[in-house]
Structures are given as structure tokens and as C-alpha cells.
Design a binder for this molecule. Sequence first.
Ligand SMILES: Cc1cc2nc3c(=O)[nH]c(=O)nc-3n(C[C@H](O)[C@H](O)[C@H](O)COP(=O)(O)O)c2cc1C
Length: 390
Amino acid sequence: MIRYVTAGESHGQALIAWISGVPAGVPIDFEFVQRELHRRQLGHGRGGRQKIEKDRVEFLAGVRNGQTIGAPIALRIENRDWANWEKTLSVENPPDSESAQRRLTAPRPGHADLAGAMKFNFHDARYILERASARETAARVAAGSIAKLLLGQFECGVLSHVIAVGKARLPRAATWSEIQSVCENLDSPLRCVDAATEALMKSEVDVVHRAGNTVGGIFEVVAHNVFTGLGTHAQWDEKLDARLAQAVMSIQAVKGVEIGAGISAATSYGSEVMDEIGYDAAAKRFTRASNRAGGLEGGITNGEDVIVRGYLKPISTLRTPLGTVDMVTKQPISAAYERSDVCVVPAGGVVGEAMVSLVLAQAMSEKFGGDSLGEMRRNFDGYARQIREF
Ligand SMILES: Cc1cc2nc3c(=O)[nH]c(=O)nc-3n(C[C@H](O)[C@H](O)[C@H](O)COP(=O)(O)O)c2cc1C
């Protein structure tokens, strides 16, 4: 079973990702892993912090001579800003004057600040926000890159693109090759496959940026070449659509998840929603006239691309501050402002790729097992034969 957890605070010394259950013998492309981290930092509308950080992953355990050894993999991403926060967030010393200065008693609406401070009984939201921050997603992307490398061994690729920023929306579906090329282009400002729509998206970001406001949007994660039969209809908590929804919903600021055309399906007729089944006798395979189900029926992958969309609310921290109440004095006050992003939809998509890859890799290891990549491949090949001969 592939399992993973992360640790680390936004301005703490480092982020850690721990991932276990990855079979031995998976080659690790270190450049690919670093590139994934870099992709999470890109996008028009990110704040100044991305320029300071330039994330790099260190492999601490579980990899030897460039491949996994079947032991837990431990990854570390150093926070380059730690020197400026070491006193405030001291591990050993009691709070000093610097921590008092950076104490946050004006909880920001839309953040975990107030509910977390009340729950954990701190009158300083910094104890909460440091962990609630989406900086944590760097560790998820690191873990997800290992899942992607495993899936890649079975020719399965997972990428994302941006389909909406504010009111600007891509008016058509994107092909896999369009998504591939926009993901390769690290200079693409919002990772949208259509230049005209991207220009509209860019101006949405510029307008809100000038106004001290923020904007949300929708990213679409596509898993290509996923074989039929991951997940199951048999038990509610093993349904793959449900597991994907939880994984993507867990990303900070994601407030809705859609599988395929799920949301518009709710207001359409049945004949407009289902994907009719055909059979290609020459290729000896079942085909679909469309993929509105997003590659999942009854919680099982059906061989079409898996399509998962994340709906991101606008960033909660506004330069023009929102009203709140001081946790200590109980007096009305403006919400605290710290250097913040204006739009994170492209970055959210990269995190979405990581989460979808981790769920697919988990489902794959459940189905095919194997302590080594060779053993997993033998099991996979046997199943692939069954599908071909079905
Ligand atoms: C990649 C990424 C970067 C983010 N950056 C910020 C940010 O700079 N400022 C902010 O207020 N929220 C940011 N968020 C969103 C908050 O982390 C999130 O809204 C907050 O933790 C509350 O969680 P919730 O919105 O899921 O309820 C970011 C989210 C993502 C995915």
C-alpha cells in the first residue's frame, strides 16, 4: 500500500514528505522531480515569496543508486527564508520580542486562523497559519512526483491545464497533446491551451491585482492512458471517483471537485450526458463516442482519460483588508496582511496533478501489488492479457 504524509510549517526550517509502499526498482529522474517543484512555483499572479524560494528536493532515504529500494522514501525541501524566521519560530526558546512582533491576533476571514486558534487554544494565529498555509503543497508535489514516475513506468501520464480564471473561461475541450505542450512551456503565464483565452485570464489577474483584490478559477487534471479497472464499485470508500474527490478537495482553497462533466451533467438530460459504447473489431477494444464521465463509471476507471477539475475560490488574503475582530481585545480590526498570491490556479493544477497521481499510484499498487517493479509489471502484464482477451 502506498501511503504518504507531510510535515513542516510555511516559514519553518524545512518541509518533509514521507512516502512508503513504492516498489523497489523504480528509476528516479532527479531532474524531473526538481522540475515538478519548480512548476508549482510558476504562474501569473503568484506573490514575491516564489522568487525567494526556488525549491529543491533532497532525498534523505529510500533511494539508492538512482532507484527506489522498497524502503520508505523521505524527502526534504529546505525553506530558504528560514534565516529570517528562525527567532520568531524558534523550536527551543520561549517567544521573544521578535515573535511578539509577528504575533497575529487579527484572524483573516477564509483562513484556518480563528477556528484553529480556538481549537488549539492559542491567542496567536501564527501557530495555525504556518501549517495551514499552502506552502505545504510543495511537499505533496515532491511525493506526487514519485507517484508520477511509477505511473510513467506503465505509460500513464498526469498533467493539468487551466480552464478558467475569474470570468475568463476556455470555451472548448483541450487535447492531450495541447496539454502536453502547454505543460512543457514553463513561460506560459497561466497554462491555458488557448492564447486568446489566456490573454483574457491574464487581464483578470492584472485587474484584481491593481484593485488589491484576488481571483479564483478552475484547473483540470487529465490522466492519460489509464487502464480499465482501477478502483471498485464494491465498497463506498474504495470508489476511485470518491478517493480522487477527497484528494483534490484537500488542496488549500479548492471548494469544489468535478469528475468529467459532472457539474453540467446535473442540469442536462440523460441522452446528453452518457458516453455510448462501441467496439473496434480490428483493434479488439471497446470504444466510447465521448468522455463526459471523465474516465470513471461506478468508481472504476473505464480506459478513457481520467478528468478531475478543481474549483478554487479566490485567495482569502486581500491587500485591501477585510474586517475581523482581534482575538485578544475583541475589538473590530482590519485582517492581517502578509505577502500573498493574487491567483494560484496554475499552481493549484500542479498540486492537483500530484494528488491525482498519488491516488492512481495507490490504486495501482492495490491492484497489482509487488515488492519490486518487475513483480508489479508481471502482475500488470497478466491483467493486460485478460483485458485484451476479454
Ligand atoms: C498553491 C497555493 C497557494 C496559495 N497561496 C495563498 C496565499 O498566498 N495567500 C492566501 O491567503 N491563500 C493562499 N492559498 C489558499 C489558502 O492556503 C487557503 O485558502 C487557506 O489555507 C484556507 O483553506 P481553505 O480555503 O481550503 O478553507 C493558496 C492555495 C494554493 C493551492
